[in-house]
Design a protein around this ligand. Structure first.
Ligand code: GTP
Ligand code: MG
Length: 170
């Protein structure tokens, strides 16, 4: 039915920020302390219900290691949504997230729903990136912003649900 939508979603961000952990939390409800670094990319799918519709996310979880950077366009091309992930305990990862946003603004689908996820919000005592600076950046660039924790599950389902609500309807 026309109320059912398939949406390609890509996760981008520095290695170790928790992209795979966020997806596994969302799709399987699990968390691993020793999640293995992704090689190339991994595919998942998960369906969410919003209002009278369902959105089936087709999720590409990309590898953050720099040597895989050249593969990224294959995954964000044609994507309806992107989650750019940084780690709140790493200023470098926030800088890297901004680079991904710039790349998507130049090369990505102009109607893409973009979310900025400040992950590892459970590590408050090691925080380096304030929520305020990330929110200001997100507002200036038209991104939807949330702090998340794949470990405790805080805001993980909510983030995907908020993206589903923002997708343009056919
Ligand atoms: P690449 O695949 O190399 O790009 O990394 P990634 O972004 O997929 O990170 P991954 O999910 O593999 O997580 C890296 C490490 O951070 C793992 O040891 C996870 O257990 C840990 N981790 C992920 N999310 C969280 C979180 O929300 N809180 C805490 N405390 N640790 C997390
Ligand atoms: Mg990974």
């Amino acid at each position: 039915a026309h109320n059912n939508l398939n949406a390609k979603l890509v996760l981008l961000g520095d290695m170790g920020t928790g992209k795979s952990s966020l997806v596994i939390r969302f799709v399987k409800g699990q968390f691993l302390e020793f999640q293995e670094s992704t090689i190339g990319a991994a595919f998942f799918s998960q369906t969410v219900a919003v209002n009278n519709a369902t959105v089936k996310f087709e999720i590409w979880d990309t590898a953050g290691q720099e040597r895989y950077h050249s593969l990224a366009p294959m995954y964000y091309r044609g994507a309806a949504a992107a989650i750019i992930v940084y780690d709140i305990t790493s200023m470098d990862s926030f800088a890297r997230a901004k680079k991904w946003v710039q790349e998507l603004q130049k090369q990505g689908n102009p109607n893409m729903v973009m979310a900025l996820a400040g992950n590892k919000s459970d590590l408050e005592d090691k925080r380096k990136v304030t929520a305020e600076e990330a929110r200001v950046y997100a507002d200036e660039n038209g991104l939807f912003f949330m702090e998340t924790s794949a470990k405790t599950a805080v805001n993980v389902n909510d983030m995907f649900y908020e993206i589903a609500k923002r997708l343009p309807r056919a």
